[in-house]
Design a protein around this ligand. Sequence first.
Ligand code: TYM
Length: 327
Amino acid sequence: MKRILTGLKPTGDLTLGNYIGAIKQMINMQDEYDSFLFVADLHALTIYQDPVELKERIRKFIAMYIACGIDPQKNTIYIQSENEYIPAISYLLECNTNYGEASRMIQFKEKSKQNANFSVGLLTYPILMAADILYCDCDYVPVGIDQKQHVELARNIAERFNNKYGKTFNLPEPLLSKTGTKIYDLKNPTKKMSKSEDNPSGVISLFDDLPSIVSKIMRATTDSLNQIKYDPENQPGISNLLNIASSLTNRSIDDLVSQFNGKGYGELKKYVAEITANHIGEIQKRYEQIVNSELLDEILNKGIARSRELAQQKYEAMKLKVGTVRK
Ligand code: TYM
């Protein structure tokens, strides 16, 4: 059975973008793949997080994964920081990564510009991500397009390590969904919908109350062309709404465009608002039943045991290869 893996970092509440870009892909594939899904809490620490809020958010993420439809029987679900082999593997990978290639990562370039006092963790972030991906020899990594470059770096590091020390890692591939590789901010549809955005009016959180979801979509920025067409370059707002609708209903963009052909933007918005609120409403009902359940700890204990076992094996194999052994 081929293996898939992905992680999400708890820097804010999960968004509709995270759901469509990563979680939904995992749900669609969980019947046919050995699936690993984790909370990337170490990745969250590259910028300061309030410790009390972080702790709460980690648990909310796990409960939300399951509420979204991640089946704990079919997935290995865990918290990244509970696997101490991951940072150890990451260090061995760091020593096989060029400073130049790490500093060329788009996300590093953008974020290091935003804050002159950025941490070293921001630079090594994609190498920790490579450790997350490579320890379990996964085949595919379902992600949104913003993480594609990081998965490609993981693949390059793995290839270099294999060439230097002999075959140690499987080479993973990023997997992007057909629609929804990037869901844009509703107010500024040229910018990614992001959980760390300060202005919440363009971001749909999976925890938003349903009237707010409807109102955010009804007030989404569009254009003055007055035609419902899928044209991300010239009509980013309308195209974003079509992508959201297509991802949530599994209907094709063409089908949606022909349904709304000749109709006003208000009608499309009403449709997208209704399906999004219904979809998230169902998730929230399940979330309430799960969040305080003791089952969560059972799921996490089982998940981390499997993850640690695989990571320990990989770490020991790497140590043997590089020569950090007693005899
Ligand atoms: P993070 O937490 O920023 O995002 C989690 C996942 O959601 C996707 N995503 C989106 N997809 C579509 N539209 C959007 N607006 C949108 N916003 C986010 C991201 O592409 C991602 O797939 N570094 C990772 C976490 C991570 C990871 C890993 C992922 C750590 N280790 C190993 C995969 C494999 C991150 O910060 O994702």
